[in-house]
Design a protein around this ligand. Structure first.
Ligand code: KG4
Ligand code: ZN
Length: 331
């Protein structure tokens, strides 16, 4: 078995996965949404302190499996430095105590592996990765080989939902809140424009859209519930429209070996996004692969699934070489 740990942001999670069968033997995640909600976003130091409480509690629960664990996997990038270090420290301690190798996992690769939890993988595919820190389209050849076809120039898709929710006082995380409000709103009331619409660039940009929403909010003064619902609906339509516009351009020049499209990352839970991409895939004769909703946001099960592949190819990292690498993650 592999024991995997994820603490890249505000979810403390540990999983135990059987290497040969890919079966998820144990999985637990403690989210900190409530604690961060009153601040309208993740407070890194608070997140780190909550990991120091939650991770040992979860480990205690699954310690019966420790005798069978052959490797310990941990997210070491990207994420918040003060929270990544919590998981990495625990992983190093387990590696020393149990005399087992360490597997360092990039959590974006983990999101891709979330499609194949308890399943065999299918490649190649085009993957839309939408999270709080990233917005990317990738050509995924296998678990280890990727080509980035498009990425964001500034804010990410999920982050823009978080920021709109914060401006409207809807709490954190913003994605599910904005989606809920959008369901009841009029998406044609505010005429937000799709970013980079007249540009041939295969890239995303969400900071301008966020500013359009800010100006609309300022022009209204006191907001009614209906105003908030209409803003959410109008914003969500354009935020998704931007993804669709660029994905359509990518699909026009699709390599002939691609028959599969997937969406991963925390924001892939958005139902309107799922429906729109599903329709687009149908038009292009592509199969759409999605992760189960419970595996969309950060979790250790996906880290464990990726780690099975790394274990098979003996992709281990020496304890002295296992460093954290926060890169970008902005909330
Ligand atoms: O992958 P994830 O759990 O953490 C990062 O790697 O960032 O993604 C979290 C992000 C947050 O920005 C959250 O607001 C967004 O995913 N999200 C959503 C939805 N559910 C979560 N965005 C839009 N619609 C949703 N339903
Ligand atoms: Zn993530």
């Amino acid at each position: 078995m592999i024991l995997s740990i994820e603490s890249s942001c505000d979810d403390s999670s540990i999983a135990v996965t059987e290497i040969e069968t890919k079966k998820l033997i144990y999985h637990k995640k403690i989210s900190q949404d409530e604690e961060h909600s009153r601040y309208g976003g993740v407070v890194p130091e608070l997140a780190a302190r909550l990991h120091t409480e939650a991770l040992p509690k979860i480990l205690e629960e699954c310690k019966v499996y420790l005798d069978s664990v052959k490797a310990v996997a941990v997210t070491n990038e990207p994420g918040l430095s003060v929270t990544l270090i919590e998981g990495v420290t625990m992983a190093k301690a387990l590696s020393v105590a149990l005399h087992i190798p360490l597997i360092a996992v990039n959590h974006l690769k983990g999101h891709i592996a979330s499609l194949f939890i308890e399943q065999d993988a299918v490649f190649p595919m085009i993957t839309l990765l939408v999270s709080g820190g990233h917005t990317m389209v990738l050509k995924v050849n296998d678990f280890f080989h990727y080509e980035v076809l498009a990425t964001t120039l500034d804010d990410s898709f999920g982050e823009s939902f978080d920021k709109v929710a914060k401006m409207l006082g809807l709490g954190y995380p913003g994605g599910p809140k904005v989606e809920e409000y959008a369901k009841k709103g009029d998406s044609n009331r505010f005429d937000f424009t799709i970013p980079l619409y007249n540009s041939n660039k295969l890239a995303f940009s969400y900071s301008g859209l966020k500013n359009q929403v800010r100006l609309a909010i300022e022009s209204l003064g006191e907001l009614s519930k209906k105003d908030k619902e209409d803003i959410c609906a109008s914003f969500q339509k354009v935020a998704i429209g931007h993804l669709l516009h660029k994905v359509k351009n990518i699909l026009k020049k699709l390599p002939p070996d691609i028959r599969l499209f997937s969406i991963v990352g925390g924001a892939s839970a958005n139902l309107s996004l799922r429906e729109n991409i599903w329709a687009l895939c149908k038009e292009h004769g592509l199969e759409l692969k999605l992760a189960e909703l419970k595996y969309c946001s950060d979790n250790a099960a996906m880290i464990g699934r990726y780690a099975i592949e790394a274990y098979t190819y003996k992709e281990f990292t020496d304890i002295e070489d296992l460093k954290i690498n926060p890169k970008i993650i902005t909330k």
